[in-house]
Ligand binder design. Structure first.
Ligand SMILES: [Zn+2]
Length: 297
């Protein structure tokens, strides 16, 4: 439950539990909404949803979502709207977080903003003058899958060398697995978080992994700066909890790569909504659709 200033009033969570099917998940969502509203004695006036994609934001349907097998065509917007008798809006989760940061977070007052979340994948959302940028047929651009190195690793999208395949958290794990000698004392399959901790503690190999990660983060960011010249790039996601390890190198690559655009005017800033970014972003999805943009956007 989020109020009209972006403040979280109450929260509740449970696993999506996708294998048990859409009806089961819908039941959980309804129950949590009812319980949470009852707890703080508030009336639900609208419902916003940020979901992993692909989703069809205007119809409210799920596309072929990897994590939700067999949910294609299910319509969460229609089902929640029927049950709660309020307007419901759906967006891709990175777009939702971008809307949250742009209005109630670190991107406030930035006219052109790109939000980048780096965790198990790389998600992005582009906001211009408070409006979400959409592609053809209201599609969500997949900037995490722009090509950085054609000789790079195979990507979940089927291509190779996408930014995500080189710079998301699992890329750090994969690089360490490849590079670590068999007697490496900290073992294999280390998480990005653990690698960052080891780097801070002075481990030589972990420090190289951080440099490698910062280099590929920097290449992708530099591409964004060259192509869009945004006022700000807002960085979120679990990998960016260790942002101080990466920022200097990222800025250096931007400086080297973006000489034809006013790169020094693009602020690199950390997301400020923290753990609640997705929740607050989902609330902002509703505002964006029904209070700012009109239902046609
Ligand atoms: Zn890809």
């Amino acid at each position: 439950m989020v109020d009209d200033a972006g403040k979280v009033l109450a929260r509740s969570e449970c696993p999506t539990d996708a294998p048990h099917g859409y009806a089961h998940a819908l039941g959980n969502i309804r129950r949590m909404l009812d319980t949470t509203a009852h707890e703080i004695r508030c009336k639900i006036t609208g419902i916003g949803i940020g979901s992993t994609g692909p989703v069809l934001p205007l119809t409210g349907e799920f596309g072929e979502v990897n994590f939700f097998p067999n949910w294609k065509g299910e319509n969460l917007v229609r089902d929640l709207s029927d049950r709660f008798q309020v307007n419901v809006a759906l967006e891709n989760d990175a777009d939702a977080a971008a809307l949250g940061e742009a209005s109630w977070g670190a991107g406030r007052n930035k006219k052109r903003l790109i939000y980048v979340t780096i965790g198990t994948g790389i998600g992005t959302g582009c906001i211009s003058d408070g409006h979400l940028y959409r592609g053809v047929d209201y599609s969500h651009p997949e900037i995490g899958h722009h090509l950085v190195d054609p000789s790079g690793p195979t990507c979940v999208c089927g291509f190779r060398g996408c930014w995500e395949s080189l710079a998301a958290g699992p890329a750090m794990t994969a690089w360490m697995n490849q590079q670590a000698p068999s007697d490496y004392p900290y073992g294999r399959d280390l998480s990005a978080k653990r690698i960052c901790e080891l780097a801070v503690a002075g481990d030589h190999l972990a420090k190289r992994a951080v440099d490698h990660e910062a280099y590929y983060l920097g290449l992708g960011m530099a591409n964004l700066v060259t192509m869009f010249c945004p006022d700000a790039i807002v960085l979120g996601g679990s990998v960016m909890k260790s942002a101080p390890l990466f920022l200097t190198r990222i800025k250096e690559i931007i400086r080297q790569s973006c000489s034809l655009v006013p790169f020094d005017k693009t602020e690199l800033t950390l997301a400020s909504l923290g753990e609640s970014a997705n929740l607050i972003g989902a609330a902002r999805v509703w505002y964006h659709r029904f209070q700012i943009d009109g239902s046609s956007r």
